[in-house]
Write a protein that binds this ligand. Structure first.
Ligand code: GLN
Length: 496
């Protein structure tokens, strides 16, 4: 099998057996990036020299018999809103076009400690605001299964990298669906952990009460390995939780019997594309036939979720983005006086979607509107969380579609922000409630585009979510849910 079609745990065996060095592996991925990324647009920065140096360090450590992390030596890609010391970090914004962080995000530190070569920084929606990677200030990103379609967003580049074999796995961030939705559109596994599970230190913030970092992988086992690597308490993030991190991969079990699955009726009654619905129902049926119990559950506040999110997320964004003032970081456009310098800098540095969010967020926080909008939204957020708490009194996990449709065409929704926002209906409630959620492929639509299944669990029960995902994977795609799409055909870009 070609190296780019292999999972991390398979490559690990090759590394351990001495059949392959990390350097050879890293070179193979760099070559593939060189060949294909001009078309796909997954990377904003490729760090070839640094990656090869990390690979060399890994090979040396292995030769010296040093302890090796399961993901050590395996090339990984990192979303460009995660700080990498000495390596340009732009959040796909002109504001940070030439910004080189003086420090690493905690998750990046962990990659380095494991000696995982970082191939580069991936394309995204500007400051993670978007669902298609089309708000990136720098590059068009294309869905590897149909180059005229979006990869999803905001972590589009990280999803493409894994789907097209331009990295073995990758990191993204998810505020309202930005890991799960692109994972669904690109046919790979993506997970947003519980709020507080993974340190956000060094993640350029969008909406701090919602943001969470998580992995994209080719299968559920790799997802479990990656989650164990990045999880855990960090004194530098006051919202990270001091709880033991399980060995998620060791705990994986394929066991449908006894699994109680809730199906949210308010999700299934939304307008969902027929092929998406059929694929999700097929997955549920398979689990039921193998012993899982299905039960309809009600999440009545679902209908307020998108509106609630688009008050809270922009409010927090408007406050977080106030730091880009032309003085402290990034872009500075010279002008006659300080107010004009700031105005010019922010006018030129931010794109239209980011400006839209800042205006919206400033409005909902302003005196006279705060109670009606921001405060009300915070109250509804509590109702949404209670809906889930009630549901998890009866079932172990919830299963639903990740998105109402498969990947849409480039340009299709750029003129209609509301239509774009409505695509987040199934992912946003999970962020508002702070829960773990995983997306994985469960079939294709009539155009051959991947459909994403979403599995949602109670807080800090990533183990349950992963177990349900692994159970389904073993029943439906034992060769790896994400890799299934590679079997028998190469991504569209290879064919062209
Ligand atoms: N699509 C959502 C938004 O535009 C979610 C983005 C995200 O999760 N970062 O805000």
């Amino acid at each position: 099998m070609a190296l780019h079609n292999m999972t991390a745990h398979e490559l690990r065996q090759k590394l351990d057996a001495g059949e392959l060095s990390s350097r050879e592996l890293t070179e193979a991925f760099l070559k593939r990036i060189e060949q294909l990324d001009g078309t796909l647009g997954a990377y904003l920065t490729v760090a070839a020299e640094e990656a090869l140096e990390q690979a060399r360090a890994f090979d040396e450590a292995r030769a010296n018999g040093e302890a090796i992390h399961p993901l050590g030596g395996i090339p990984v890609a990192v979303k460009d809103n995660l700080c990498t010391r000495g390596l340009r970090t732009t959040a796909a914004s002109r504001m940070l076009e030439n910004w080189v962080p003086p420090y690493d995000a905690t998750v990046v530190e962990r990659l380095r400690a494991a000696r995982a070569p970082i191939l580069g920084k991936t394309n995204m929606d500007e400051f993670a605001m978007g669902s298609s990677t089309e708000t990136s200030a720098f590059k068009v990103a294309r869905n590897p299964w149909d180059l005229d379609r979006v990869p999803g967003g905001s972590s589009g580049g990280s999803a493409i990298a894994v789907a097209a074999g331009l990295a073995v796995w990758s990191l993204g961030s998810d505020t309202g669906g930005s890991i799960r939705q692109p994972a669904a559109y690109c046919g790979v596994v993506g997970m947003k952990p519980t709020y507080g599970r993974v340190s956000r230190y060094g993640l350029l913030p969008f909406a701090s009460s919602l943001d969470q970092i998580g992995p994209f992988t080719l299968d559920v086992t790799d997802c479990a390995l990656a989650l164990s690597l990045i999880s855990g308490f960090d004194p530098r993030d006051s919202t990270s939780v001091d709880m033991e991190v399980p060995d998620y991969a060791a705990a994986l079990r394929a066991e449908a019997k006894g699994l109680r699955i809730g199906i949210p009726v308010e999700y299934m009654s939304q307008p969902i594309d027929g092929d998406v619905r059929a694929a999700v129902e097929g997955a549920l049926k398979l689990l039921e036939e193998n012993g899982a119990q299905l039960k309809e559950v009600s999440l009545p506040s679902t209908r307020y979720a998108v509106q609630t999110y688009y008050m809270i997320a922009p409010a927090e964004a408007s406050s977080n983005l106030a730091r880009y003032d032309g003085v402290r970081y990034g872009l500075r456009v010279p002008a006659a006086d300080v107010p004009r310098m700031m105005e010019e800098t922010r006018s030129r540095g931010f794109g239209p979607e980011v400006k839209r969010r800042i205006i919206l967020g400033t409005y909902v926080l302003s005196a006279g509107h705060y109670d009606a909008y921001y405060k009300k939204a915070s109250q509804v957020r509590t109702l949404i969380r209670r809906d889930f708490e009630r549901a998890f009194g009866e079932v172990d996990v919830l299963i639903a579609p990740t998105t109402p449709t498969t990947a849409f065409r480039l340009g299709d929704k750029t003129q209609d922000p509301l239509a774009m926002y409505m695509m987040d209906i199934f992912t946003i409630p999970v962020n508002l409630a702070g829960l773990p959620g995983l997306a994985m492929p469960c079939g294709v639509d009539r155009q051959g585009l991947p459909v994403g299944l979403q599995i949602i669990g109670p807080p800090f029960r990533e183990d349950l979510v992963l177990r349900a995902a692994y159970t389904y994977e073993q029943l439906a795609w034992p060769q790896g849910a994400g890799r299934h799409w590679r079997a028998g055909r190469e991504v569209a870009v290879d064919v062209r």
